[in-house]
Design a protein around this ligand. Structure first.
Ligand code: ZN
Length: 282
């Protein structure tokens, strides 16, 4: 009886996520959320995250400082006319909170310095791959030897896309720490501009990382990175969401996706109105 109820709840979550990611499609039928490793596709999600590491208060404070810097940079990206994303590379953080020195920062620069008018036909062309994380790694690759790059942690305001996850893989970063979850988790599902076609180039990105049970390809950052050793023998670890309430605020900044931040009297979870979550996330 309990198993049946839980399967029904899982079906509800799937249906809701699917409708967020692929509005024209009919809701997905109830299906087991089992990933390639036999575990739930959503077990590490913002909805039901793996617990954060057992950091000391001092270490956690340093990670949070670096993440808040990512959020600041994501807003700066919007101010520059780009998408609300940014990443940075920093040295490892020690248990006493020392370390965590920023080596390189990168704001999303898809539309260039002059903003989104570019893809609408004004002079200049966008760099469709200039995301916060991939951009940071590309720049760092030109500056640092690989064995040094492979010791740095990558922080990013929002869980990275498949391209950036793979760039982080090639860089060998042992830790990838993200602020708020991405489209695979439904965390951005209420952003009208996000679930629709973002630009003539991108299409419905969410379907790339959505679990197979939702008709997606299941290529998310956890699958690309988590648990795989790097060339130095250190196991890559994905950590997040860290400060998701603040992270999702970067997506409301200047109403980038065409959605205003919920009023203070609106009940939210992770910064998203509960009504938008359809009650399925609990
Ligand atoms: Zn990306």
């Amino acid at each position: 009886m309990q198993a049946a109820a839980s399967a029904e709840a899982a079906g509800g979550r799937l249906a809701r996520l699917h409708s967020n990611l692929c509005p024209p499609c009919a809701p997905a039928p109830a299906a087991a959320m089992v990933g390639h490793d036999g575990t739930s596709d959503l077990k590490y999600s913002q909805v039901n995250p793996r617990p954060l590491p057992d950091w000391s208060a001092a270490e956690r404070a340093t990670h949070e400082r670096l993440m808040r810097r990512c959020f600041e940079l994501a807003r700066q990206a919007v101010d520059n006319g780009n998408c609300p994303y940014a990443g940075l590379l920093a040295t490892a953080v020690n248990a006493d909170g020392s370390g965590g020195e920023i080596v390189l920062e990168h704001c999303n620069g898809v539309y260039g310095k002059d903003g989104p008018g570019q893809y609408l036909g004004t002079p200049g062309r966008p760099d469709l791959t200039d995301h916060g994380e991939a951009g940071a790694i590309r720049a760092a690759s030109a500056l640092l030897p690989h064995d040094q790059l492979a010791t740095l942690s990558l922080y990013t305001s929002t869980e990275p896309c498949a391209m950036c996850s793979t760039a982080i893989f090639w860089a060998g970063c042992p830790k990838m720490i993200y602020g708020t979850a991405g489209p695979a988790r439904g965390a951005l599902g209420n952003m009208d501009g996000y679930k629709d076609i973002e630009s003539p180039y991108s299409g419905n990105y969410g379907i790339v990382c959505a679990p197979a049970a939702m008709g997606g390809r299941g290529i998310d950052s956890w699958r690309v990175l988590d648990g795989i050793p790097n060339a130095l023998g250190e196991t890559r670890t994905v950590i997040g969401p860290l400060l998701p309430e603040e992270g999702i605020d970067t997506h409301y900044y200047k109403e980038y996706w065409g959605v205003a931040k919920p009023a203070p009297d609106v009940e939210t979870r992770w910064g998203v109105p509960v009504t938008a979550l359809d009650g399925s996330f609990s």
